[in-house]
Design a protein around this ligand. Structure first.
Ligand code: SF4
Ligand code: SF4
Length: 281
């Protein structure tokens, strides 16, 4: 008997135990659920209404980035004699996308087999809204469903200053995908709701194009996604903000804690004088 039949036959809700079991069965490292309610965030409700109005819940899945890969990433100025980020990160991300989307496919199949309509949003398959001036600013396309924000509301972690999810398990080394479903899943709650972002601003310092700014008083983050995208396309990936954050939040296996392995890591590369102008790349 599969897990949904088990839950139904035992008269149980789709609770935390079901989430824990299902996560293992489908092959995800992390799984969180956000139920759709009248009190849900308006942006979330707009996403639900747009894509699957009958949805009762959203599920976010995550797989872990390799800390070994992330530890080897370097800024362009340090490329000489070293492996550039793209040579390692891009193939690794390709592998993670397959892993994550396989887990998402397994979950979609599991729920649909039980008669629950379910809409998967794969990793790299996030639907984007095209702004009116799309031709003038093609990189400003905005995601209608934010995996990171759903994950935060599902108790999976905190959206940090770099606008990425920071999880208690892997820090910011978590790649996400999502799904809307008619299955009446319960919101997963976090036992120790803390702010996973230390507000150290290392991500702000390390970004080679100044894409991450210190947020204004009324903002949690300010990220120029177009600058980041342009830069990553020009140099074949980056990931430096994730690397810096992994150290800052104690999720780098190489250091075993929040200390930066190379004490000059941020000092040499992260001050504003080293910002790379994308136009000059
Ligand atoms: S590097 Fe520091 S400020 Fe930036 S997201 Fe991570 S913990 Fe927050
Ligand atoms: S991936 Fe690189 S360019 Fe993009 S925000 Fe992070 S540090 Fe900046």
């Amino acid at each position: 008997m599969n897990l949904i039949n088990m839950a139904k036959s035992q008269g149980k809700e789709f609770d935390q135990a079901w989430v824990d079991q299902t996560k293992e069965e489908i092959g995800a490292d992390l799984m969180g659920v956000l139920a759709v309610t009248e009190d849900s965030h308006p942006d979330f409700l707009t996403g639900v209404k747009t894509y699957l109005p009958s949805a009762k819940a959203a599920v976010v899945l995550a797989v872990e980035y390799s800390s070994e890969t992330m530890n080897l990433l370097q800024l362009p100025k340090k490329f000489e004699g070293k492996v550039p980020a793209g040579a390692l990160l891009t193939p690794h991300v390709n592998q993670l996308v397959i892993e994550l989307n396989t887990a998402l496919g397994n979950l979609t199949h599991l729920l649909k087999k039980q008669g629950y309509r379910s809409l998967p949003f794969p990793s790299r398959g996030q639907p984007l809204l095209r702004p009116a001036d799309f031709k003038k600013a093609p990189n400003y396309a905005k995601a209608l469903v934010s995996y990171a924000h759903i994950a935060e509301a599902a108790g999976m972690g905190t959206v940090g200053t770099h606008s990425l999810l920071i999880t208690p398990e892997f820090g910011t080394r978590a790649r996400l995908a999502a799904l809307l479903t008619e299955a009446p899943l319960q919101t997963t709650k976090r036992i120790d709701p803390i702010d996973d972002c230390t507000h150290c601003l290392d991500c702000v310092s390390i970004c080679p194009v100044g894409a991450i700014s210190m947020p204004a008083a009324n903002r949690r983050y300010q990220v120029a996604a177009d600058k980041c995208k342009f830069y990553r396309e020009r140099i074949d990936n980056c990931g430096m903000c994730q690397k810096a954050c992994s150290y800052a939040t104690g999720h780098s296996e190489a250091t075993g804690g929040p200390l930066i392995a190379d004490p000059n890591f941020l000092r040499q590369t992260g001050n504003r004088s080293t910002i790379v102008d994308p136009e000059e790349l």
